[in-house]
Design a binder for this molecule. Structure first.
Ligand SMILES: [Zn+2]
Ligand SMILES: [Zn+2]
Length: 240
């Protein structure tokens, strides 16, 4: 599994017969598998990279950048690499995330314990402008027969965020992924973000935050769960 250590560039075979590039697997601990984050590596040919760099050189220089200084010579290449990394979420599939059994027998206690995780910082690119929106996610759930590890919640949020997306869809996708994976009694997702496409240009609403909240299952029916979740979100808000 650690092919990169001997300098080999051969693809590594991972569980389920999936093939990953050397150096792309960050963890091999079976309790902390990340294979679901790298099931669909994007293949971009060297000739395509070279052509894309040409496009970026043309755009940057037309817009006013001096491209022949030591600092900017490789900017088109670095820019594309950064954009590629910022959209790495397309390489994973949350459907492949594994859940673990709990001891829930669905007695009345089942509905009492809500688990709230957050703030989870995230960075996404808005699909209208390809500019970043970033902020914090809070996830709540009332587990039933399955749970996922807490660190997986953070990974899941970031996997879905590192794409071209919109905040509403991102919130829905996080909620849907958790509902599918855990079949819980309820899921709550709350995102607060600032959008650079409005801050850097256009209306320049520099201090406005966009808030989206998604309720699934018990949260839609039980106001107390929603109140408890939102109170906890307010308590933990790193922006206030
Ligand atoms: Zn239950
Ligand atoms: Zn935008």
């Amino acid at each position: 599994m650690r092919g990169q250590e001997d300098g080999s560039t051969k693809p590594i075979e991972i569980r389920g017969g999936l093939i990953a590039e050397p150096g792309r697997i960050s963890s091999v601990d079976p309790e902390e598998t990340t294979q679901w984050e790298q099931v669909a590596p994007r293949k971009i040919e060297m000739t395509d990279w070279a052509r894309f760099q040409g496009y970026m050189r043309e755009i940057f220089s037309t817009f006013g950048m001096t491209l022949n200084s030591p600092a900017t010579e490789r900017t088109p290449e670095r820019y594309l690499k950064a954009l590629y990394d910022a959209t790495a979420g397309y390489e994973g599939d949350p459907k492949l995330l594994t859940a673990f059994p709990t001891e829930c027998r669905c007695d009345p206690d089942c509905f009492i314990a809500q688990l709230i995780e957050g703030p989870i910082s995230f960075y996404a690119l808005c699909e209208h402008h390809a500019l970043p929106f970033h902020g914090f996610a809070y996830v709540g759930y009332v587990a039933h027969e399955r749970i996922i590890g807490l660190s997986k919640l953070t990974r899941l949020v970031r996997l879905l965020a590192r794409r071209f997306t919109v905040q509403e869809r991102l919130s829905q996708q996080i909620g849907d992924a958790l509902a599918d994976l855990m079949d819980p009694h309820g899921v709550a997702v709350h995102l607060e973000a600032v959008h650079l496409c409005t801050q850097m240009r256009g209306v320049r609403e520099e201090h406005s935050k966009t808030v989206t909240t998604v309720w699934r299952g018990g949260y839609s029916e039980i106001p107390e769960l929603r109140r408890e979740f939102l109170a906890e979100v307010r308590n933990r808000n790193p922006w206030t």
